[in-house]
Design a protein. Structure first.
Length: 199
């Protein structure tokens, strides 16, 4: 049994203060936590794809709402921007401006939809990459960024990403995902991230 506070390599660890936000006292292992989070995220995905309005996720308050819908049944801090440093991400005080800039920049890249600044797939993975880099929440940032990107992909009218088709929380799939994010970090090369998103 994996302890509740244990985490995958390269994942954001949960400290005691974060763990105090757990709403479900019966959850005591990482496997139990993964299951209740997956159930909550499944319901949030159904909710998100039923919402009307194109590009609604390109608003900071909507990104916060999406995170709350994804993890709010499990964590009291879901949907609230983090207030402490993590192993990745901008400083907490920079999060509101960074999210606003991301949303505004992405809307500008889309324009009226007739001539995108990048091909649709690259525009979507650039959004995903930047949202991961901002790392606005205590935890769940990768899952949140992928779901927000799935909504963007739908509104761009391209085929849905498969994100490696497997569980990204560990193993080879996670290693490929992290490597693709790092290639985008260091070389500003989004090819690996597009390939991963489509694999």
């Amino acid at each position: 049994m994996t302890k509740l506070g244990d985490h995958a390599p390269d994942a954001t660890p949960l400290d005691d203060e974060d763990l105090a936000g757990l709403r479900l006292s019966w959850v005591t292992t990482r496997d139990e936590l993964n299951q209740v989070e997956a159930d909550n995220i499944f319901q949030a995905r159904l909710w998100a794809f039923r919402r009307r309005g194109r590009f609604w996720c390109l608003e900071p308050n909507q990104l916060n709402l999406l995170h709350r819908r994804m993890l709010g049944e499990v964590w009291s801090w879901a949907g609230q921007q983090r207030r402490h440093e993590t192993n990745i991400g901008v400083e907490p005080y920079q999060i509101p401006v960074a999210l606003r800039d991301l949303c505004d920049d992405t809307r500008a890249q889309i324009g009226d939809g007739t001539k995108l600044a990048y091909q649709a797939e690259e525009l979507a993975v650039r959004f995903h990459h930047r949202l991961v880099l901002i790392h606005p929440y205590t935890n769940g940032n990768g899952r949140h960024s992928r779901l927000a990107t799935d909504l963007l992909v739908r509104d761009l009218g391209i085929d849905e990403f498969s994100w490696g088709t497997q569980d990204i929380s560990a193993g080879d799939t996670r290693q490929r995902y992290i490597a693709a994010l790092r290639a985008a970090d260091s070389r500003r090369d989004f090819t690996e991230l597009i390939d991963f998103a489509r694999s």
